[in-house]
Design a protein around this ligand. Structure first.
Ligand SMILES: [Fe+2]
Ligand SMILES: [Fe+2]
Length: 492
């Protein structure tokens, strides 16, 4: 059996509405479809929020054709029966008005002529329908204006169309409710991501705010790429969904740091916390033992006789403390540490002890940075933790790649990255962006106790050298550096 064409059309509209999950687009679609369904010249839509009707959409063919629409800034309408939309929202009934300029004075509502006056438009017939959910709750009001005959003449909206329009409006209400629900779930989820990432970043002052900035820089770069019509990015356009995917990946990229002990995450000396103090006590003990040894040997002035040795010990301790704070270990310091470790002293019980223990040497003799190879491995393990955590979030559709993008932020184009040592095309553009901004932020954002934050220009030079050596994507680096994109973070 063939359906009546209007019912069939209504059916198609219902399907279209149920597919649109972005609220703003959905509201515009509702007005467009309802107008085409009723052949209305104009239409507007209000949503009901906190006892007010908010004006959301206005469409008007006549004004668009004339290109003469003035900037009309409507104010929210209070929810009472004095306005047409308010009356419909409160009573939940449809108004089919022949001419809004000839309303009976006995009616509670009247027509507000502001829009018409400002735009030199003449509203005449109007069909005002509540957008009502199946349980009767009104979510908003749809106002269709000036039904047109084929010859362009404005007529009253035909009665035959009212019930179908009501049906369309309730489908619209259900679609609005769904879109709101999805947007609510999404904002809950996003807040959860943001707070979790920020809390993990805040475990160390070195990383506080890092994920937020990585997300902001990434968005700036992707939006800049979207503007480019020439050069290496001319064919790359990040859709709204892809921007969302990049944003989630950026926020989540270091989530795995939750699995890295604070002692490593927040380590800013070579020796683990408290070890320098233990070594200092040992040096003092050694100095005291020198005095004791001299006294036992019968020296009448043990303090004086051991002074030069004790002064030398003090100097050695100072040098050791400086090494503990250094980011780089020169060969002469390494030789100094070897000599120090070879030295022993006799303690009060007569036992020979080393000035430095083997395990302390492991920490002190790191060539670059302040992490031992073992600690470095633990630190790098955060990427695997990120993957394991994030892949358990049931991302679907356009977000399915979030775990792999997030867990590729330390991959380098020449295969020197980790954990999978990916190369070139194996690394998505989103992960390349993350890799670059991750380095930039680590260099610029935070003053470390013994290393000042790099100025952006210095950080850019490092990024360029990383691009030169084939680690970072040179087009992304070039775009970031030449457009000084980091400067836009404050604007965001
Ligand atoms: Fe990381
Ligand atoms: Fe990071």
């Amino acid at each position: 059996m063939k359906l009546h064409p209007q019912i069939e059309r209504l059916n198609q509209i219902g399907i279209a509405l149920s597919h649109e999950i972005h609220l703003e687009k959905l509201l515009a679609l509702i007005v467009t479809e309802a107008r085409s369904f009723t052949n209305a010249d104009a239409g507007s839509l209000y949503t009901l929020e906190k006892e007010q009707l908010l004006f959301r959409i206005a469409q008007n063919d006549t004004l668009d054709q004339k290109g003469s629409r003035s900037s009309f800034k409507p104010v929210p309408i209070p929810l009472n029966t004095q306005s047409i939309a308010g009356y419909v929202a409160l009573n939940g009934e449809v108004l089919d008005i022949d001419d809004v300029y000839h309303l009976s004075g006995e009616l509670p509502y009247s027509f507000n002529q502001d829009f018409d006056r400002k735009n030199k438009y003449r509203s005449q017939s109007m069909l005002v329908v509540p957008m009502k959910e199946p349980d009767g709750e009104v979510l908003g009001v749809l106002q269709l204006i000036n039904a047109k005959e084929e010859n362009g003449q404005v007529v009253r909206f035909p009665e035959s169309i009212i019930s179908l329009t009501m049906s369309l409006a309730s489908q619209a209400a259900v679609a609005i409710r769904n879109a709101r629900l999805i947007s609510y779930i999404k904002s809950l989820f996003e807040a959860l991501i943001r707070y979790s990432a920020s809390a993990i970043d805040a475990r160390s002052p070195h990383t506080a705010g890092h994920s937020r900035r990585v997300a902001a820089y990434s968005a700036i770069i992707a939006e800049e790429i979207n503007q480019l019509n020439h050069g290496p990015f001319k064919n790359i356009r990040f859709t709204r969904d892809e921007l969302e995917r990049l944003n989630y990946s950026a926020w989540l990229h270091d989530l795995g740091k939750i699995g890295v002990p604070e002692a490593i995450l927040d380590k800013h000396l070579r020796l683990p916390a408290g070890t320098e103090e233990i070594i200092e006590e040992r040096f003092k003990h050694c100095a005291a033992c020198l005095v004791l040894e001299a006294a036992l040997a019968g020296d009448p002035r043990p303090q004086e006789i051991t002074r030069p040795q004790r002064e030398a010990l003090k100097e050695d301790l100072e040098r050791l403390k400086n090494i503990n704070r250094a980011n780089w270990l020169p060969d002469e310091d390494e030789a100094f540490l070897d000599q120090l470790q070879a030295r022993t002293f006799q303690d009060a019980e007569g036992e020979r002890r080393h000035l430095l223990k083997d395990e302390e040497m492991v920490y002190l003799t790191v060539k670059k940075g302040n992490l031992t190879p073992e600690e470095y491995k633990t630190m790098q393990g955060h990427v695997e933790h990120t993957l394991n955590i994030v892949k358990n979030i049931p991302f679907t559709g356009h977000l399915e790649a979030v775990p792999s993008i997030a867990a590729s932020h330390h991959e380098m184009l020449n295969g020197t990255g980790y954990p999978r040592h990916l190369h070139d095309d194996q690394i998505a553009i989103e992960a390349r962006i993350l890799a670059m901004v991750d380095i930039f932020d680590a260099l610029t954002a935070i003053d470390r106790p013994y290393r000042k934050a790099a100025p952006p220009e210095r950080a850019c030079a490092i990024l360029q050298s990383d691009a030169e050596s084939g680690r970072l994507d040179k087009d992304i680096v070039e775009l970031f550096v030449s457009q000084r994109l980091w400067e836009r973070i404050t604007e965001k």
